[in-house]
Design a protein around this ligand. Structure first.
Ligand code: CP3
Length: 344
């Protein structure tokens, strides 16, 4: 069946004169309407687990800007929570989790079959969204990649260099690999349920893939992405998958072929010209405007946006930022980016 939605066309490999556009963290603190709904929910986690309010914040950027895709409002750290880790957010600092660094910690985690009990409200949000989204808007589900999720579970928080996770990987590799396997299995079930609830595309966020070097990248970034992709494709062959091995650098080359993902999302540390020559040859790419342009705006934003659209003109491209939009962004700059992309 020929696709009619612009995002699905790009994911099927179609070159389009105007690329579809959406933005990582498009529902977020830079929007006053998001801040109001979050206040109504009480806090961020309560917002994630409230299907009506999570649907509302997912729809806010669609109403305001008419993006071509909506991404489910949730968080990658809900999977560790569903596996039994404690999770809370410290205002102004970020997530905190109970740590997994010993066999005893690992043994306290629950089985994969138990995750849905916690994650059911997320599937409910997906169902509501698939009813309420405009017909032309594609619904994207997501999960964190096993390595990135493990870095938070091992350290109990975000870490600048993922040091604790690298340490466990070296000092107790069997435990590290058991943890990665548990997360991988949970991620397959979680994404599969999102798809059954109505997600049309899923994205796997490996935000810390860049700190895995050489063989470690193959084993702990590429291989889990391949396993998850193969399992999802076996159950849902027509649902496209976007991989995001952030800061993979030259390991972006061949990533789609090796893992089976339909599209590779690029961060802004690679130039669009380089990526067009080396990554676009494998199929669809997504990216990669630096998020700071959403803060600084002006002619630089316009010039850089045009350069990215032009560089990827020869292939299937989804316009996006290289990472999430930040809370200090100006909503007017988002409109300027969209207008620039759509000027054709
Ligand atoms: O993109 C979207 O709009 C969909 C929703 C989404 C969120 N987090 C909502 C969120 C998605 C896809 C994520 C992914 C996520 N979460 C990642 C991978 C992508 C990336 O950014 O690298 C990671 C590493 C996390 C973990 C996480 N969640 C951190 C480190 C933080 C704190 C940092 C911050 O920005 O505050 C969060 C919180 C979070 N997740 C917020 C949102 C909108 C802000 C919470 C708030 O409202 O205070």
């Amino acid at each position: 069946m020929a696709e009619t939605k612009t995002l699905l066309k790009a994911l099927a490999g179609e070159q389009q004169d105007v690329p579809p556009i959406w933005m990582m963290r498009q529902a977020g603190r830079y929007l006053p309407e998001y801040r109001a709904t979050r206040a109504q929910a009480g806090d961020f986690l309560k917002l994630c687990y409230n299907p009506e309010l999570a649907t509302e914040v997912t729809l806010q950027p669609i109403r305001r800007y008419g993006f071509d895709a909506a991404i489910l409002f949730a968080d990658i750290l809900l999977v560790p929570q569903a596996l039994g880790a404690d999770l809370w957010f410290v205002t102004g600092e970020g997530p905190r989790l109970s740590t997994v660094t010993t066999q005893a910690d690992f043994d306290k985690l629950g089985p994969v079959s138990d995750i849905h009990e916690v994650l059911n409200p997320i599937y409910e949000t997906v169902k509501l969204l698939s009813r309420e989204l405009p017909g032309e808007t594609t619904l994207i589900g997501f999960a964190g990649a096993p390595w990135t999720v493990a870095t938070y579970m091992i350290a109990g928080r975000g870490t600048p260099d993922q040091g604790p996770a690298h340490l466990l990987r070296q000092e107790n590799n069997a435990l590290f690999e058991a943890l990665l396997e548990r997360i991988t299995a949970a991620t397959i079930e979680y994404l599969s349920m999102q798809i059954e609830a109505g997600a049309e595309v899923v994205k796997i966020f490996d935000s810390w893939a860049g700190s895995l070097k050489g063989d470690a990248f193959q084993k702990y970034a590429l291989e889990p992405a391949r396993v998850i992709t193969a399992a999802l494709k076996a159950r849902h062959p027509n649902v496209p998958i976007i991989g995001f091995p952030r800061e993979a650098g030259d390991k972006y080359i061949g990533f789609a072929k090796a893992t089976g993902v339909d599209c590779v999302a690029l961060d802004n540390s690679v130039s669009p010209e380089w990526a067009a020559a080396n990554v676009l040859v494998d199929g669809c790419v997504q990216g990669n405007l630096a998020s700071r342009h959403m803060v600084t705006g002006g002619q630089d934003l316009v010039d850089e946006t045009r350069a990215i659209v032009k560089a990827f003109k020869g292939g299937a491209h989804i316009f996006n930022l290289g990472h999430g939009i930040t809370p200090d962004a100006d909503p007017a700059n988002v409109q300027l980016m969209i207008d620039t992309v759509r000027e054709g």
